[in-house]
Design a protein around this ligand. Structure first.
Ligand code: SF4
Ligand code: SF4
Length: 434
């Protein structure tokens, strides 16, 4: 396993200039929606930015600070959305690597026993039950109870449908079954894992337990290999990000397996819905995990050059991680095929604004997650759209709840749910409620 530690990142952390570019989207369209960082939106002080957290990490590394309530609040009022990383690299320089440092900071805080109690409990559940909710693993198969689907425990298949934590969410079951029906309709030889499917380890990595993350990732890689599949269709944005962004950090590869997000498969295979007399106005929320954190992580290569006759600088010899290689077009194609007319928000694609649900932030600090979602929903509402669609089940669940409690008049719908509701009825029926 390749650990991301504060010690190994010392020089990168020290190279943060406190320029504060990591607060903002590079192309500001209005004062109201100029921020890229939900943490500083919530905390208001520079210390809450990516750069501020790097300074906290530097102080910790040099024993110039100790753990206080405010310190922990700062570290975990953050959804690990990577906005700071993208803005820092786009507006300032490629060598600071804020997101790597945030992973390392959380690793240190967790190892020292200071992760917030709800997150420590979830890590314990992952360690002992195999999932962060602490549910019996057998319940991963409840969503297809009574249906004859090929399962990895009994048979091999060319394609594996990875469902992730959606297996525990009864609201997602009709959409999971819809995807299965579409796969079957297209004659795809596919299997599902059911109780056999391990957690990806992505959540553990975000929270700060990299060793647990590596253990779960190794189990997942072995499960994929044993299935014989050469294609992995991934339902969850967090799982997609784990495979593309976290596994390379852990040095774990799914060799010979193509990772395809469900929106990419649907964009290629879904029949267009019947034309509507008046297309529904929809705005699309790019989730961080499918977008900038869905970009494949490749080892960065750079050579050192001297500029102005004195300053050493790194010149990249390979593509930078600017977030542009995330999945942005496929979900929009799915929406259009389902008859929607898209009106875009101000912050889109790699410069999206996170809804605040990810990285354990919602469990560690619900007030932070609420503030981020309110801000994003207001931006969505300003477009004039009737509906906000997102591919991420966690974003959809979180923003649905907040739209109701804050009375923001916009419907929030998951991408597959949206596509399903505008297609002919699927041939599979949902199982009983969990
Ligand atoms: S992390 Fe990057 S953008 Fe933020 S203050 Fe430091 S150098 Fe500037
Ligand atoms: S990861 Fe996201 S929430 Fe955390 S500091 Fe960076 S931009 Fe802010």
């Amino acid at each position: 396993m390749t650990a991301t530690t504060l010690e190994s990142l010392h020089d990168k952390i020290a190279s943060c200039t406190r320029c504060t570019f990591c607060k903002w989207v590079p192309e500001i369209r209005s004062e109201a929606f100029a921020e890229i960082c939900p943490s500083v939106h919530y905390g208001k002080f520079f210390s809450y930015t990516g750069g501020g957290k790097l300074i906290a990490a530097y102080a910790l590394l040099h024993q110039r600070t100790e753990y206080t309530e405010a310190f922990i609040d700062n570290v975990y009022s953050c959804s690990m959305c990577g906005g700071c990383d993208t803005s820092c690299k786009t507006l300032f320089a490629e060598f600071v690597e804020p997101l790597d440092s945030l992973y390392a900071l959380r690793r240190k805080v967790t190892a020292d026993g200071h992760a917030p109690a709800p997150l420590r409990a979830m890590l314990d559940h992952l360690r002992h039950a195999g999932n962060a909710l602490g549910l019996p693993e057998s319940r991963r198969a409840d969503w297809f109870a009574g249906l004859e689907l090929k399962q990895t425990a009994k048979a091999r298949a060319r394609c594996l449908f990875h469902v992730g934590t959606a297996a525990f969410d009864a609201d997602e079951w009709p959409s999971l079954l819809f995807v299965c029906a579409e796969l079957a309709r297209r004659g795809v030889d596919f299997a599902v894992g059911g109780a056999d499917e391990p957690d990806t380890g992505g959540f553990a990595y975000d929270v700060g337990d990299q060793e647990l993350a590596a253990d779960l990732a190794r189990r997942t890689a072995a499960w994929v290999k044993e299935s014989g599949a050469d294609t992995l269709i991934v339902y969850g944005d967090d799982s997609f990000s784990a495979f593309r962004n976290i596994y390379p950090r852990l040095g774990i590869a799914l060799d010979g397996v193509e990772i395809v997000h469900v929106s990419q498969w649907l964009a290629q295979n879904l029949a267009a819905a019947a034309a509507q007399p008046a297309p529904e106005l929809v705005t699309y929320h790019d989730s961080c995990r499918l977008g900038r954190l869905g970009e494949e992580r490749r080892p960065r290569q750079a050579e050192t050059v001297v500029v102005y006759n004195s300053l050493p600088a790194l010149r990249p010899t390979a593509e930078l991680h600017l977030g542009v290689q995330g999945v942005y077009d496929a979900p929009r194609h799915v929406l259009e095929a389902a008859g929607a007319q898209i009106v875009e928000m101000e912050r889109v694609r790699e410069f999206t604004f996170c809804c605040g649900a990810g990285g354990g932030a919602k469990e560690a600090n619900p007030a932070f997650a609420q503030a981020a979602a309110v801000h994003r929903l207001r931006e969505a509402h300003r477009t004039g759209a009737e509906t906000l669609v997102t591919s991420c089940t966690a974003c959809a669940r979180h923003m649905k709840e907040v739209a109701v409690t804050e009375q923001i008049p916009i419907a929030v719908v998951g991408l597959v749910e949206f596509a399903r509701s505008r297609q002919a009825a699927p041939s599979l029926t949902p199982a009983a409620e969990i």
